[in-house]
Each structure stands twice: as C-alpha cells, then as structure tokens.
Ligand binder design. Structure first.
Ligand code: PXP
Length: 238
C-alpha cells in the first residue's frame, strides 16, 4: 500500500501569520496520524518561515510512524537534522524569494554540496531521499551519490492545464519511476497533488510514498485534519 506523508508546514504558516502559539503543528500531526497519515513531513527552511526548531524537536518525539524532514544542503540545517534524527531526510533546493519549492534539486550541477550533506546525514543513520525533476540524468546521479530514494517533483503534472499536457507529464512521471526502480531506488512523489489529480499518480506502479501538504491543510481548515487526511487516503485509492 502506498504511503501518505502529510506535510503540515502550512499549519505553521497560519501560526506565523500572527507570530502566535496557535495553531500548533504538533496537534496537527497527531490528528493527521489519527486520520490515517503514514508519516508526517515538515520542511525546516533556513528563514524559518513556518516550521521552527522547536517544532522539529517535539515532532521527533510525537511522530511514531515516519518523520520526513525536508531540508536544503545548508550546513546549519543539516546539523540540526543530524542531531534530531528524523526517519528520513529529503534534500530539496531552497531560494528565499520562492513561495514554495519550485523545481527539483539539480544534483548534476551541485553534486559536491549534495554529496557532503548526504554523508553527514547517512553517518547519523538517516535515510536520504533527493527531490528531483523527472529527469533520467538527475536520477542517474542520485544513484551514483548513494541515495536510498528519489522524490520526483510532480509540479509539471499538477500544473498541466490541458488533458494532453497532463497525459504527457504523467508519462514522464511513469518513465522516471521505471528508471529509478531499475536503479534500485525507492520512489516518492509530491508537489501540487490534490484530491482530483492524486489518483493517477498513486496508481503509477512502483511509487511508494506521496507527500502532500497544501491541499490537505486547505481542506483541514474547513473540515478538520482527521477528515481531510481520511479523504485524501480515499482519493489515492480512487
Ligand atoms: N514534496 C516536497 C519535496 C516539497 O517541497 C513540498 C512542498 O513543501 C511537497 C512535497 C508538498 O507540496 P504541496 O504543498 O504542493 O502538496
């Protein structure tokens, strides 16, 4: 059964809108797990715009299934990850001015920096995934670097506006998955997935984990976190 990692960053975004104490992403994580989340995903950004150091440390205690920490290769953040020891670390690119993670990590261009971060994480006993565009060359390098998994960036599929573009982008996700599996890599996916477009991605053979944030938190604001997660699990099954 494919896993659902619920990304709760935007619960913290609401808290930070008022620099207040609520809503607490720790509470959100508990409710998400009660709703059927197979894991909790958080991104500790260098600018701490949503999740902060306190959240990461408490969530490490509270999340009993799979805590997936998204992070950049920045030394400071990698250091925190090594200390807190999430079950999984997903390396992502990060630019301060972006609204969200916009593309995959370019491991061809930044091979040395990625290798250095991966060594530190692996020495701390953390499984490492690399967030990549659906690009064969990037996946080849991920394999050479010794990644355990790749998270394939689904934004181009999620953003496709016509049926033919959607079909084309889905085919590219299938191809990337097949190639990564042949390399012995675990395959995760995420970005821009919602209750309407998730089914086709969840049905790609070989995909083991989806990380979904914005659409679940948006629904949770209206119907509650447990129900929003339950409904996403149903949407994944179709
Ligand atoms: N996967 C990764 C690597 C991400 O950076 C994000 C966004 O934080 C997500 C998944 C979730 O994306 P969305 O919020 O669009 O569901």
């Amino acid at each position: 059964m494919i896993r659902l990692g619920v990304n709760i960053d935007h619960v913290a975004t609401i808290r930070q809108a008022r620099r207040a104490l609520e809503p607490d992403p720790v509470h959100a994580a508990t409710l998400a797990m009660l709703g059927g989340a197979d894991g909790i995903t958080i991104h500790l950004r260098e600018d701490r715009r949503h999740i902060n150091d306190r959240d990461v440390r408490i969530l490490r205690q509270v999340v009993t299934n799979l805590l997936n920490l998204e992070l950049s290769v920045a030394d400071e953040i990698v250091g925190i990850a090594c200390e807190v020891r999430p079950d999984q670390a997903t390396l992502v690119p990060e630019r301060r001015e972006e609204l969200t993670t916009e593309g995959g990590l370019d491991v061809v261009m930044h091979q040395a920096a990625v290798a250095k971060a991966m060594d530190r994480l692996k020495n701390a006993g953390i499984a490492v995934a690399l967030f990549l565009d659906p690009d064969i060359r990037q996946i080849e390098i991920a394999k050479i670097l010794g990644a355990k998994a790749v998270e394939i960036q689904t934004a181009r599929y999620s953003d496709a506006r016509t049926p033919s573009d959607r079909t084309k982008e889905l085919a590219s996700l299938c191809e990337a998955t097949e190639f990564a599996r042949q390399q012995g890599l675990h395959v995760h996916m995420g970005h821009g997935l919602n209750y309407e477009n998730v089914r086709a991605v969840a049905a790609i053979p070989g995909v083991e984990e989806l990380n979904i944030g914005h659409s679940i938190v948006s629904r949770a604001v209206l119907v509650g976190m447990e129900r929003a997660v339950r409904e996403m699990k149903e949407a994944m099954r179709g």
